[in-house]
Ligand binder design. Structure first.
Ligand SMILES: *Cc1c(COP(=O)(O)O)cnc(C)c1O
Length: 348
């Protein structure tokens, strides 16, 4: 099976497993794991921040971050289709008592002026006060959209002037960094908290980190334990993350190139399926709304031909390229997907 469902499906390579099995470990709840401590220091420095905290998932690091910025009954603003409001199962409301409001942006994007228009800082005793804004970069449901760094800077300036904080859901910040050329430190300088994942494009089997000030991370360390995610000899996992940082960032250009090839092949059948020029990273989001076939049906047809993708909406089919996509996987998808789309187009 050629597995394009997600960049989470990668398996650790032999060298990564070797790095994991030779890791120095200790009890991380006691702060004794040297490999975890080194990883936390490393990623904090990469983004120009004071401290970081390793955690099992990006949902948890997002949640630790936003709870450090927004108190119960206060508000977080984010985009309508962002992971924080669509794919974390209401965690912000459930665990932190946070309310959310959303703006709708093409492919998950934003205009600083539009976000500031709906922000309500210090709203007084009758209205909910906005405390923080979360930006997803790249944007998953937006088809790997790379946010404009100019808009990020504008939003940072306008929002901090009225006392608002900013969180970066950077599960795929590596893809954004490689595609845009914006340095990780520059991204870091615009946000109060950052969540990153090692288990998406970078190919580690597990692991995320939240990055911020020393004070916020000390608080997040307590909450991580309270959420039940204080782990012990996890240097084995941190070693995989370190290996991923050493080896798997710059190669993301290959994933981006493969996604572009798939997008181009689909756009050649009909430009209604995708704007191939807009595909800058590793996610190909196909819009099937102009034809009769549903995403689930097309997905089933692909599966019969040995290709796995994700039907994320009635008319939304997603393919993601990653470390484990081989040349033969590419040959297969470039042959089969346009063929099936052509057939569906004729049947429309
Ligand atoms: C995958 C992802 C996360 C974190 O997901 P986990 O499965 O909890 O690790 C967060 N944000 C975005 C945009 C993601 O794609």
């Amino acid at each position: 099976m050629a597995d394009f469902r997600s960049d989470t499906v990668t398996k650790p390579c032999a060298q990564m497993i070797a790095a994991m099995s030779s890791a120095q470990v200790g009890d991380d709840v006691y702060g004794d794991d040297p490999t975890v401590n080194a990883l936390e220091k490393r990623v904090a420095e990469m983004f120009g921040k004071e401290a970081a905290l390793f955690a099992p998932t990006g949902s948890l690091t997002n949640q630790l971050a936003i709870r450090s910025l927004v108190k119960p009954g206060e508000e977080l603003l984010t985009e309508l289709t962002s992971h924080i409001v669509r794919a974390e199962l209401g965690a912000g409301a459930t665990f932190s008592g946070i309310t959310t409001r959303t703006w709708e942006g093409s492919r998950g994007s934003f205009k600083a002026s539009e976000v500031m228009r709906i922000a309500a800082p210090e709203a007084g005793p009758y209205l909910v006060s906005t405390k923080a804004i979360a930006i997803e970069n790249t944007h998953n449901f937006g088809g790997g959209y790379v946010q404009s760094f100019d808009e990020i800077k504008k939003l940072r300036e306008a929002s901090s002037a009225v006392g608002l904080t900013m969180h970066l859901d950077g599960a795929r910040i590596w893809n954004a960094h490689v595609a845009s050329g914006v340095s990780l430190k520059d991204y870091g300088s615009q946000f109060d908290t950052i969540s990153i994942c090692f288990s998406k494009g970078l190919g580690a089997p597990v692991g995320s980190a939240v990055i911020s000030s020393a004070e916020r991370i000390a608080e997040s360390r307590i909450w991580r334990k309270r959420y039940g995610a204080g782990m012990r000899q996890i240097g084995f996992l941190a070693a995989a993350a370190n290996f991923a940082l050493d080896n798997n960032i710059s190669r993301l250009v290959e994933d981006h190139d493969k996604a572009k090839q798939i997008a181009n092949a689909c756009a050649q059948v009909s430009p209604e399926f995708i704007d191939a020029a807009g595909i800058e990273t590793n996610i190909v989001a196909l819009d099937l709304s102009g034809i009769k076939i549903s995403a689930a049906e097309l997905n089933a047809q692909l599966k019969e031909e040995g290709i796995l993708a994700s039907a994320l909406g009635p008319k939304f089919l997603r393919l993601v390229t990653h470390l484990d996509i081989s040349d033969s996987d590419m040959a297969k998808v470039l042959e089969v997907l346009p063929k099936l789309l052509k057939r569906a187009l004729v049947a429309k």
